[in-house]
Design a protein around this ligand. Structure first.
Ligand code: UDP
Ligand code: MG
Length: 327
């Protein structure tokens, strides 16, 4: 896609970092950001969102910021763990920069890439997302499930979500505003990022293992995350259901006709317990699967209509040079 006209000025950059129990990673992350962004000579702000950490992360964040009174920073502490997607939304809402970069707290999203991303932004791109070339330190199963998920999503959804892309990206203000306008509660960010469009381009990088601590993701969370993604961005499972129903009904009709014909020609005989019970169980199973799929969508409708806020903020503070304008 053709980029918009080149941008020549130096924008204010917001680094948005949602974190959950990352006490060991916050100090190196902040130093690293300071170093990299300092080298780029940018004005920047740090937006930290504490997603209900139960360790000393918040105290560590406070200490790190107090040591750097000149650093422009906003800290939001959510009232409990709302999940990364909600925490990231909170961070985007609090950000003020003309360009915004969400990063993981575990240094898996290397701040060194911000320079090359900014280069692309200057060329006129509105979104520069980072595509992982390698995933070191992740198990074969995790890589395989991630791979299959991206391919499956690609098949099922009309919004094309770039594979092997996380939340790490540089976005122009116009894209952030567009994202924040989307009202949905189930925020499958990868999908929303793709849905909003704008002029997007990719850069690739090698993903390193997390710096310290442990990933809080497990397979149950990943499964739900995948279901969220599929049900928010595709109606194909519902279409498969009705399609399957039609096919099975047609087959049953043909079989019925054949039975009538056979009875007329050869009279009645009564074998067939095995085929009968197989058909009953098979259809019963299909119906339950169908109800389950419907339930997945209905449950999400339920979440949406309740219209609860995405997150609640328990505490919020700011430091550093003030910016003009509301927020
Ligand atoms: N995170 C969060 N809330 C959660 C789970 C994770 O804010 O409920 C943060 C976490 O602290 C990290 C980022 O989201 O900064 C990515 O999490 P993680 O490294 O566990 O995920 P992975 O890299 O394994 O996908
Ligand atoms: Mg990580």
């Amino acid at each position: 896609m053709q980029p918009s006209p080149a941008r020549h000025h130096s924008p204010l950059l917001s680094a948005v970092v949602p974190f959950l129990n990352e006490a060991a990673n916050l100090p190196p992350l902040i130093s690293c950001l300071e170093l990299q962004l300092g080298e780029l000579g940018l004005a920047w702000e740090l937006v930290l969102v504490d997603d209900g950490s139960t360790d000393s992360s918040l105290a560590v964040a406070r200490r790190e910021l107090e040591r750097r009174p000149g650093l422009r920073a906003t800290v939001l502490s959510l009232s409990r763990n709302f999940g990364k997607e909600a925490a990231l939304t909170a961070g985007l809402e609090a950000s003020r920069g003309e360009v915004v970069v969400p990063l993981d707290a575990d240094l898996q999203d290397p701040p060194e890439l911000i320079g090359p991303m900014l280069e692309q932004w200057r060329q006129g791109f509105d979104v520069v997302y980072a595509v992982r070339r390698q995933r070191a330190g992740e198990s074969r199963t995790k890589r395989l499930t991630a791979f299959s998920f991206y391919r499956l999503m690609g098949r099922l959804s009309s919004t094309s979500i770039p594979p092997d892309t996380g939340d790490f990206r540089l976005m122009d203000r116009c894209v952030v505003e567009a994202l924040l306008q989307l009202p949905e509660r189930s925020r499958f960010m990868k999908g929303l990022f793709a849905w909003v469009g704008f002029r997007q381009t990719a850069i690739t990088y090698n993903r390193e293992p997390r710096h310290g601590g442990r990933s809080t993701w497990n397979y149950w969370k990943l499964w739900n995350f995948a279901l969220d993604g599929i049900t928010s961005f595709s109606r194909v499972p519902l279409q498969v259901l009705s399609g399957g129903g039609v096919v099975i009904a047609l087959l049953a009709l043909l079989y019925g006709a054949w039975m009538v014909l056979r009875t007329l020609l050869f009279g009645i005989d009564l074998p067939g317990y095995a085929s009968l019970i197989t058909a009953v169980l098979f259809l019963g199973g299909l119906q339950l699967i169908g109800l389950g799929v419907l339930g997945e969508y209905l449950g999400r409708v339920f979440e949406e209509v309740k219209g609860r806020p995405l997150y609640l903020v328990r505490e919020r503070w700011q430091q550093g040079p003030a910016l003009e304008g509301p927020r």
